[in-house]
Design a protein around this ligand. Sequence first.
Ligand SMILES: NC(=O)c1ccc[n+]([C@@H]2O[C@H](COP(=O)([O-])OP(=O)(O)OC[C@H]3O[C@@H](n4cnc5c(N)ncnc54)[C@H](O)[C@@H]3O)[C@@H](O)[C@H]2O)c1
Length: 284
Amino acid sequence: MEISRVGVVGLGTMGSGIAQVCLQAGLEVVGREVELDLGERALARIDHYLSRGVEKERLTQADKDAALGRLTLVTDVAELGSCGLVIEAAFEDLEVKRELFEQLDGIVASDAILATNTSALSVTQIAEATQHPERVVGMHFFNPAPVLPLVEVIRTAHTSDEVFDAAYAFVQRIGKEPVACNDTPGFIVNRILIPLLNDCVRVLDEARVAPEDVDRAMRFGANWPIGPCALIDLIGVDVHVHASEALHAALGEERMAPPRRLLEMQEAGQLGRKTGHGFYEYEA
Ligand SMILES: NC(=O)c1ccc[n+]([C@@H]2O[C@H](COP(=O)([O-])OP(=O)(O)OC[C@H]3O[C@@H](n4cnc5c(N)ncnc54)[C@H](O)[C@@H]3O)[C@@H](O)[C@H]2O)c1
């Protein structure tokens, strides 16, 4: 199973980052967006990050041009038929993903692999929308995908060993660090990180301390590279709340439910870096 062409469905924050990683690894990428102008916006983002790489001498102008030359933008899922692997990074909604997988299953070759980048949905339920759930895995990249090395490779009870091994090897081939996971809520990182970040936010109110002090405490006392409040601002309060709610719904532990303070921030549109306001203020 030699994968030379990869499909990426949804070129938002994650999909465009995943496409960039694959392009830089020398693969052909077919990127699918619902509308062409969204695809072109993703292309502009990839161009911007690659240009920064050229400025910092991490790649040459020729590498950048070749990488962009390997990207094809499409709007029709049917154009992903020649891809040996399709990574889905669409909106986090079970029905949207199940519908896409059902479509993709009928389009790709019999030995192609289908992967979802879902953070919090059941990979099994997504796989079961296809006639061939043995070819479905989770491939959970972290944001920003071109920067963070980890990819959780998730197998369900249906995933064949051959498909899992090929997905794992693919992640290594694109220069990332795969970790084998089972299809359990939050996989590894979110299962640990989400309740932990929620605890940090609850401490703000329980201990009546400032975000700056909780962040400094965890940086200087636990050697975290970034404080928890700054990390939530980076992730996006809405993204964190959504993932907390999903984990809470799946496992029922109170620490997993989003703290009231985060719900209030979400309500007020204080979503972190992306809105310029969160625990901290950011310049546009
Ligand atoms: N943002 C993160 O930190 C992060 C990290 C890891 C995984 N994820 C997961 O990656 C996936 C994408 O998240 P994102 O943050 O890139 O979101 P995003 O909002 O930036 O992008 C979502 C994409 O879905 C597409 N889309 C919207 N509605 C659609 C539909 N009905 N059919 C097909 N495509 C549709 C959009 O055009 C867009 O390309 C989600 O499953 C999310 O849980 C996100």
